[in-house]
Design a protein around this ligand. Structure first.
Ligand code: CP
Length: 299
């Protein structure tokens, strides 16, 4: 049997997605975790709080052994390649690597070189962040929100967002009726990336009648032009304020994968307000990553 990996949503079957979403919700509702007798290593070539810690906590709750590689103290600083680092960890009986990397598709390229290791993509460049997409869907499902027929607005830096990349694939698969992608022209893709997706050049159009509004972080670290976009100008046009939600569905929910830039893509009052699911997403991140490990090691 070939190694099982979590590389992106497109590589998963419908039954895999359903299994992980159901399991995440069951675990969040108090379900008994499986015991997973394995060792995983967190290997993050980019900063992270939510993803790294939640994979560590998820593994601990399943009884897994966890190794956190501190990159700046690792032999990567002496020129060791990612392939050699992965092979070295495998030689010490590490079974899986949770990898974040600034290069798009770096995780799937590594998968071709390290047979026997199970890889989890924890975010690769501007390409994919599948565990974030799964936890976002699980967050809505756990609240009883019907995804089929949902009107979802995703706002901000769509072009550079791996969250949007994996998210749009998953929302489309789960039957979301409208996926409205909105942002400044330079931060939008050239064309809608899925049949249910549409592109919008102003926030009000995207939010009108929306059941869920997901704000995205401005990816300063992936911008080409220094100092752009201007924080105040961006907030004026694209930052989500309470007044913007007047045109949304009455019980509209607000999501953000984090980390948030308060006063840039979202007003603090909205981030901390009653509609906000931001910390629910973080909590569901641990249960979803438990479900991912159970799926990765099943059988
Ligand atoms: N959402 C997300 O990936 O957050 P971190 O960068 O903190 O892991």
């Amino acid at each position: 049997m070939s190694d099982r990996h979590l590389l992106d949503i497109d590589r998963l079957g419908d039954e895999d997605i359903e299994r992980m979403l159901q399991r995440a919700c069951a675990l969040a509702a108090g379900g008994e975790p499986a015991r997973v007798d394995s060792t995983m290593a967190n290997l993050f070539y980019e900063p992270s709080t939510r993803t790294r810690v939640s994979f560590e906590l998820a593994a601990a709750r399943l009884g897994m052994r966890v190794v956190n590689i501190e990159l700046e103290r690792s032999s990567a600083t002496k020129g060791e390649t990612l392939e050699d680092t992965a092979a070295t960890l495998a030689a010490m009986d590490v079974d899986s690597i949770v990898l974040r990397h600034p290069e798009s598709r770096r995780v799937e390229r590594l998968a071709e070189h390290v047979p026997g290791l199970k890889l989890v993509n924890a975010g690769d460049g501007t390409h994919a962040h599948p565990s974030q997409a799964l936890l976002d869907a699980a967050t809505l499902r756990a609240r009883g929100v019907a995804l089929s027929g949902l009107k979802l607005a995703i706002i901000g830096d769509i072009r550079h967002s791996r969250v949007a990349g994996s998210g749009v694939s998953l929302w489309q698969r789960l039957g979301v009726a409208e996926i409205r992608l909105a942002g400044p022209h330079a931060l939008l893709p050239d064309r809608p990336p899925a049949p249910a997706a549409s592109l919008h050049d102003n926030l009000a159009d995207a939010v009108r009648g929306a059941d869920v509004v997901m704000m995205l972080r401005v990816q300063h670290e992936r911008m080409d032009r220094a100092g752009w976009p201007d924080r105040d100008a961006y907030f004026a046009d694209w930052g989500l304020k309470e007044s913007d939600l007047a045109g949304a569905a009455p019980d509209c929910l607000v999501m953000h994968p984090g980390p948030i830039n308060r006063g840039m893509e979202i007003d603090a009052a909205v981030a901390d307000g009653e509609r906000s699911l931001i910390l629910d997403q973080v909590k569901m991140g641990v249960f979803t990553r438990m479900a991912i490990f159970e799926w990765l090691f099943e059988g």
